[in-house]
Design a protein around this ligand. Structure first.
Ligand code: ADP
Ligand code: MG
Ligand code: MG
Length: 875
């Protein structure tokens, strides 16, 4: 015969499938010897059988339920429906995953007109007995029989009004008696039948109602939204009642074993004296803090505290515990892993580890990306956010939250900042000239561009919150305002920007503080022990480099030298270089630029304190640095002592229709070897000087971008080395440098064996590689990608998650080819997509040395790398 019923003493926490979460944990606690009122669980299998076979409780099930009731009677010395010493039970639903929508609990089942009188006699407390009875009538009527709960509530309200009373606990025994008879009347009015007096009938009806609630609309919707299978079913727990409403030495409450909002150790929760069940959450009276229980009932508090600590140790997690005290005796009614904020989660996991409750592997596995994010970036107050509706949305380009006044140009932003305002920079898209405006902004919002647009990359690098590609937003250059449908953003309009969700709101939303208590250092140490692939940073300013190191980078994987030219005075110098007509003129400018670059590199090396730093030589198309409008051209001409025509001619000459594939990277190196030579010299000289000043060793890594061909690379490498060797010959000191290349063009992957003969390292630039392997331009991709995601053609944006089948295959080919001719070839991935958790799962299968990403993504990347390894070792 099939088992449909298990006593609490027969089950365990591993049986969530069969007994539901609540039942499995009640069984576990019973096994642990905790004071749990006795009871039994009707299984989820019984529920499914019931639902699939015409909604009838089989005789088998009824027999087994009654046999278990008899066992309860034996253990408790009470009996069901007995006039002398009646057994009362609660009927509680509980599926594998806790979910709203399932049937609410019915308490005090077993009471009827006769047993309530024996309860009066035995308790010598008439008020208590009738309070219990009216609760049963109300819960049973609402939950099992479907009478609207407000009908019951309004009777109590009316009574209190007519008696001039405020609170339920002011009602007397006689009041409750009156309510009981009114409730019975409600049954007759609404159902044409009486409240079932037979406890066995009550019990069967309640069990059937729980089973049926599995398929109510609320439950179905919840399962669909949370991807929970419809085939799990719910269990029913039937448990002896204990009474928190017995008087002043009784009570009921809910506690967390640690603070669920900040993770601090110690009990956190609430309780009510002389109350039953849901009174605490229902807000009937204001509950007291659990700390007060330490004074009210010190002994019980101590016992509860110890039990919670032991449950934590046993379940290896923070617990959410329901308890009831009946005439001074403590009972535990439920335990489960407590819900908590992300901020609390990190603190709790670290504490559990330090207290020896969980091991290192568990710690590594249990932290989720969202928890780290919350620790690293500010966020809006969850409660405040609930009541707000965003008016604009876009791509969540850089996480965090910020409030400030909208400004539409870098200048206006900088000025406002100088006046002491907090600033949100709003632009169509950003360019190198906006860098100062970005630096002073709390957040950057653009109407165009994708996850790899200038605004997105720069903001992420600086840890500034950003939403890009807000298509509904129109920003016209020079107008100093933006429009979104009917709405207008004026200069100075206060906006709240949520870079984590990609949403923008009018007005100020209060922020939640960043948890600066998080011991990231501890975590880094642990992650480093487990991960084999290292994490470097994409960073070049001393500030970013320091941030990156503080966030756990082992080095710099990509320092973009062109970023150093974005600053205003430098930009002019750099423009002079581009506009130079003769080699001689160029060399003059280069001399000056070299000093500037050297200074930059020195700062970089100082900030990196001897850690590996990979410096990429000039990469972007030159036209990006040139003025576009006549107005701008005129200004530049004036500043450089050129004619407007000269500037315009050069600018037109260099303009390209498909800039990201044109005159850039190594094409520049071939056309102007002296620029790369200058950069090479500046790097080496900077290294020498910093080594002499600081005493640590530096091994410069010089990276050439956009290589197509082995001969091309070898030629330019040779010319850079000539320049570098000259410096070294002067210094007469050994210096260990490397010259390598980015691999970001499909052809380079196929000829990687040839290139690797001349290169010391490869670093894959996944943005360009993706653009070329997929034939999707970086700048135009957002629209297309969105469409493809919607149509289900793409699972993920290939610019955010490495496209394993295409780009990934290409990377594999290049690694294999490269290592064939150069087994010591160092290999890194410096495209931002590498840091995405899904990319990391794939990259972990490759023989690479490091990935590199923007500073604020480092912790998450390191965590994921460690998690992948831990999972492998556990397997
Ligand atoms: P939920 O899943 O909504 O929390 P529960 O089944 O846990 O529902 O019960 C609701 C309330 O009733 C809780 O406060 C619980 O502690 C209380 N309760 C449940 N069973 C009993 C019982 N046997 N004796 C006393 N109180 C109980
Ligand atoms: Mg509960
Ligand atoms: Mg590139």
């Amino acid at each position: 015969m099939k088992r449909w019923v298990y006593l609490f003493s027969e089950g365990s926490k591993e049986q969530r499938d069969l007994l539901g979460g609540k039942g499995a944990n009640l069984a576990e606690m019973t096994k642990l010897g905790l004071p749990v009122p006795t009871g039994f669980t009707v299984t989820t299998e019984a529920c499914l059988h019931y639902l699939n076979n015409g909604n009838v409780l089989t005789d088998d099930m009824k027999d087994q339920v009654m046999a278990s009731v008899m066992q309860l009677e034996e253990k408790t010395g009470k009996s069901f429906g007995d006039f002398k010493n009646p057994l009362l039970v609660s009927v509680r639903s509980g599926s594998k995953f806790s979910m709203p929508g399932m049937m609410d609990t019915v308490l005090n089942l077993g009471l009827n007109d006769e047993t309530v009188e024996s309860l009066v006699r035995n308790s010598e407390n008439e008020r208590f007995a009738y309070d219990c009875y009216r609760r049963l009538l109300q819960m049973f009527g609402d939950v099992v029989m479907g009478i609207d709960n407000s009908k019951f509530e309004s009777r109590i309200t009316q009574l209190k009004q007519s008696e001039g009373l405020n609170f339920d606990n002011e009602l007397t025994a006689n009041h409750w008696k009156r309510i009981v008879s009114e409730y019975k009347q409600l049954y007759r009015e609404n159902l044409d039948r009486d409240f079932p007096q037979d406890p066995v009938e009550q019990l069967y009806l309640a069990i059937e109602a729980v089973f049926g609630s599995w398929n109510n609309n609320r439950a179905k919707t919840y399962r669909r939204l949370h991807d929970i299978s419809d085939d799990l079913g719910t269990a029913v727990n039937i448990q002896e009642m204990v009474f928190g409403n017995f008087g002043e030495t009784s009570g009921t409450g809910v506690v967390f074993s640690r603070n669920p909002s900040n993770g601090e150790p110690g009990l956190f929760g609430e309780y009510l004296i002389n109350a039953q069940g849901e009174d605490v959450v229902a807000g009937v009276r204001t509950p007291k803090s659990i700390q007060v229980l330490a004074e009210d009932m010190p002994e019980q508090f101590e016992q509860l505290d110890t039990i919670c600590k032991n449950l934590e140790k046993h379940y290896k997690d923070m617990q959410d515990v329901e308890f009831t005290i009946e005439r001074g005796k403590l009972f535990i009614l439920q335990t489960r892993s407590g819900k908590r904020t992300s901020k609390a989660q990190l603190a709790i996991i670290l504490d559990l580890f330090k207290e020896g409750i969980i091991d290192e592997e568990t710690l590594v596995q249990r932290i989720e990306a969202k928890d780290l994010e919350a620790a690293l970036h500010p966020s809006f107050d969850v409660k405040a956010l609930k009541n707000r509706v965003h008016f604009l949305s876009g791509l969540a380009a850089s996480p965090g939250a910020a409030v400030g006044a909208a400004y539409f140009t870098a200048e206006a932003a900088t000025e406002a900042k100088d006046r002491g305002e907090r600033v949100i920079l709003v632009r169509e898209e950003t360019s190198p000239e906006d860098i100062e405006g970005i630096a002073v902004a709390e957040a950057v919002v653009t109407s165009r561009g994708g996850m790899t647009s200038h605004a997105a990359v720069v903001a992420r690098g600086m840890g500034i919150c950003s939403v890009v590609g807000c298509e509904a937003l129109t920003v016209v250059d020079g107008e100093n305002r933006g429009t979104v449908g009917e709405e207008t953003i004026e200069e100075g309009t206060i906006l709240s920007v949520d870079g984590t969700a990609g949403k923008i709101y009018f007005g100020e939303i209060p922020m939640e503080e960043v948890a600066n208590t998080v011991a990231l250092d501890d975590l880094h140490e642990i992650w480093d022990r487990h991960a084999t692939i290292k994490v470097r940073a994409n960073a070049e300013t001393p500030n970013d480099i320091e941030t990156a190191m503080a966030l756990g980078a082992v080095g710099i994987g990509l320092a973009r030298t062109e970023h150093m030219f974005f600053e205003k005075t430098r930009l002019l110098q750099f423009r002079r270089l581009i506009l130079a007509d003769t080699l001689q003129e160029r060399q003059e400018v280069l001399k000056e630029l070299k000093e500037v670059q050297k200074q930059d590199f020195k700062f970089m090396y100082q900030a990196g304190a001897g850690k590996s730093e990979n410096v990429r030589l000039l990469d972007p198309p030159l036209h990006e640095f040139l003025p576009k409008t006549t107005e701008e051209c005129r200004e530049v001409a004036k500043a450089l002592g050129k004619t407007l025509n000269e500037v315009k001619r050069k600018s037109d000459n260099l303009s390209e229709t498909n800039p990201m594939l044109g005159f850039r990277g190594l094409r520049l190196g071939v056309a102007y070897p002296e620029i790369y030579q200058m950069q090479g010299e500046a790097i080496i000289e900077a290294a020498y000087e910093v080594m002499a000043e600081q005493g640590f060793e530096i091994k410069p890594e010089i990276m050439i971008p956009f290589t197509i061909d082995a001969t091309e690379f070898a030629t330019v490498r040779h010319s850079i080395e000539e320049a570098v060797q000259k410096v070294m010959a002067e210094k007469q000191l050994p210096l260990d440098y490397q010259i390598g290349t980015m691999i970001e063009i499909p052809r380079a992957c196929f000829v990687a064996d040839e290139i690797a003969k001349h290169a010391d390292f490869f670093s894959f630039g996944t943005n360009d590689l993706t653009q070329m392997v997929l034939g999707l331009s970086r700048d135009d991709s957002p629209r297309i990608v969105t469409q493809y995601l919607d149509a289900g053609i793409f699972q993920d944006d290939p610019f955010q998650v490495i496209d394993e089948a295409g780009v990934g295959a290409m990377i594999k080919i290049a690694i294999e080819n490269g290592r064939k001719t150069n087994p010591n070839l160092k290999i890194g991935i410096c495209g931002e997509a590498a840091a995405h958790p899904k990319s990391i799962e794939f990259l972990s299968t490759l023989p690479i040395d490091y990935i590199s990403c923007s500073p604020f993504r480092i912790p998450q990347a390191k965590m994921k790398l460690a998690q992948v390894r831990v999972e492998e070792t556990i397997k």
